[in-house]
Design a protein around this ligand. Structure first.
Ligand SMILES: [Zn+2]
Length: 198
């Protein structure tokens, strides 16, 4: 029983992950109630990112600057590249705050079923970064799914003739697990105990 504008806001919010129609409605009510303070803040924050979102030319991260905050950070160790399937995985691993190197986002995983081939993923650009030199280690942080592991082995093969150490996240990750659903402690442990790809 609300105006079309309020209904529109509720259905837009209901599309966010983790929010269903009920939670979306509660969020709308909360925003209406706090319109003087929080609504303004949310609008400003959304507006600030809306026009600036850009994909990093180096690693594929999405940020409001290119190169992204991680690639542009001189404190990051460019000798180590952690390869992930999606931006969500990058953010999850970065939240664990254990990995001090840089990242590379593939944009998916190899899948015969979905017709995803190597050329559909950012694999050539990864090789390009390695061939530029200065890279010691490539950490393959694919999800513990069959397709994730197939992707990891394919990349390891492509990197075979390059003078880099290839490691992968330690076992102990739940099989079929998606990285961005794991808690930070588990991720940090998997990174700390990373081992050569076998
Ligand atoms: Zn970047």
């Amino acid at each position: 029983m609300a105006s079309q504008e309020i209904e529109n806001l509720a259905s837009a919010l209901a599309r966010l992950p983790g929010l269903g129609p009920r939670s979306a409605r509660r969020a709308v009510l909360w925003l209406v109630k706090h319109r003087e303070t929080a609504l303004e803040q949310v609008l400003d924050a959304l507006g600030a990112v809306k026009d600036k979102l850009v994909e990093c030319d180096t690693c594929g991260n999405v940020d409001t600057q290119n190169p992204c905050t991680i690639c542009a950070d001189p404190k990051r160790d460019a000798k180590s590249i952690c390869v992930v399937e999606d931006v969500a995985d990058l953010w999850a691993l970065d939240r664990a705050r254990l990995f001090t190197g840089t990242f590379h986002v593939l944009g998916g995983r190899l899948s015969a079923l979905d017709g995803i081939r190597p050329e559909d993923l950012a694999i050539d650009s990864l090789l390009g970064r390695v061939e530029q030199g200065g890279v010691d280690e490539v950490v393959l942080a694919m999800n513990a799914t069959l397709e994730g592991q197939t992707t990891a082995h394919y990349i390891a093969e492509r990197l075979e003739d390059h003078a880099v150490r290839i490691t992968q996240l330690a076992h102990g990750l739940p099989v079929g697990g998606e990285l961005d659903y794991l808690d930070e402690g588990t991720l940090a442990q998997a990174l700390r105990a990373r081992r050569p790809l076998g």
